[in-house]
Design a protein around this ligand. Structure first.
Ligand code: TXA
Ligand code: MG
Length: 316
């Protein structure tokens, strides 16, 4: 069993495993990541293999902060402003890659750009401090499936493929980082996530326009079907059938479902995001014909929640 509590000793052993080219799962404030030394192509290849991830989908590189980011990417003024405002935290910045930084091409799948993020979770920060290497880490799930928000989820997804799974409890935010590209004069929102669009727009002093088509192609996290449970999803449900499971939101909940989980009785979107992936996993086990999902508002974290639900509903 590779799951171990994230003690100082376990973190330093995980750092040693990373340094010798093994892959390690660890908690971040968003979801659990499956990490590899981003400078070591053989280690990074193990991440793609364990996840069965297509080789055209680039990884986010986790760093300790802006100074380290500047070794691997060209940090623009806007990047500096956003990093000062939101790092460490759930914001990934796509910047021009510095070839001299040594990040292997597999991480960035041959692109001239790189996604970087400084995580806020203390276990992720301690791991970065111990290993003193950039950590390439996608979410620690099999490709196309729901991201893990607990060590048990990682184990269910990846079994003993990681050398170690550091258990740091449930991820406080529960939904992946917001991905923003800063490659020309117009910042582009590539993936809504745990940092609400409104917070970024406030700092930018401008609104995001629609993501550009070329970025979309370069950001396969934007694929229509993703984050999917095995059971079909029925969105915008205002009623529920006895053979359905219900993902509820708010106080006015239809009764009679085979199983019901309420993301937030008080209608709190932060609480709903934190519970979303664990709830989908649990309702997936209910043996229901479908998971009916009540409407969820789209402001704040609601944008990311609705994005993930729509992708989960688009079954392959
Ligand atoms: O919260 C998170 O971001 C988590 C934790 C572990 O940090 N990681 C995560 O990684 O969600 P992953 O691989 O599941 O999603 C990475 C997203 C994908 O949509 C990918 O296409 C995009 O970031 N991405 C990475 N590098 C990119 C690049 N150079 N250009 C455009 N998109 C990029
Ligand atoms: Mg993922």
């Amino acid at each position: 069993m590779p799951v171990v509590p994230a003690t100082e000793k376990a973190i330093s052993e995980a750092a040693e495993a990373l340094a010798r080219g093994d892959i390690v799962a660890f908690p971040t404030e968003t979801v659990y990541g499956l990490g590899a030394n981003a400078l070591d192509a053989r280690a990074v290849a193990k991440v793609f293999a364990a996840k069965e991830r297509p080789r055209f989908n680039p990884l986010i590189v986790h760093v300790s902060g802006l100074a380290e980011a500047a070794r691997y990417a060209v940090v623009t003024d806007t990047a500096r402003i956003l990093a000062h405002a939101f790092w460490p935290g759930p914001l990934s910045l796509v910047l021009k890659k510095r070839p001299s930084g040594g990040i292997c091409d597999l991480v960035t799948t041959g692109l001239e750009t790189i996604a970087l993020r400084a995580p806020a979770h203390p276990v992720a920060q301690k791991l970065l401090a111990a290993v003193k290497l950039p950590i390439a880490a996608p979410s620690a799930n099999r490709s196309g499936r729901i991201s893990p928000t607990s060590a048990a989820h990682v184990e269910a997804e990846l079994d003993d493929r990681p050398a170690v799974i550091l258990d740091g409890g449930s991820c406080p935010l529960g939904i992946e980082s917001t991905v923003v590209a800063l490659l020309d004069d117009t910042p582009a929102l590539l993936r809504p996530g745990a940092l609400p669009r409104e917070a970024i727009e406030l700092v930018l002093g401008a609104s995001f326009t629609e993501a550009k088509a070329n970025y979309r192609a370069a950001s396969p996290g934007q694929l229509a079907s993703h984050y999917a449970p095995n059971t079909a999803l029925r969105l915008e449900a205002t009623n529920v059938a006895p053979d359905e499971a219900l993902l509820a939101f708010g106080r006015e909940v239809p009764t009679g479902a085979r199983a019901t989980i309420n993301l937030s009785e008080s209608g709190n979107l932060d609480e709903a995001a934190a519970k979303l992936f664990a709830a989908l996993r649990e309702l997936d086990q209910a043996g229901a014909l479908a998971i009916a999902v009540m409407p969820i508002p789209t402001q704040g974290l609601g944008e990311a929640i609705n994005d993930r639900l729509q992708r989960a509903a688009n079954q392959r």
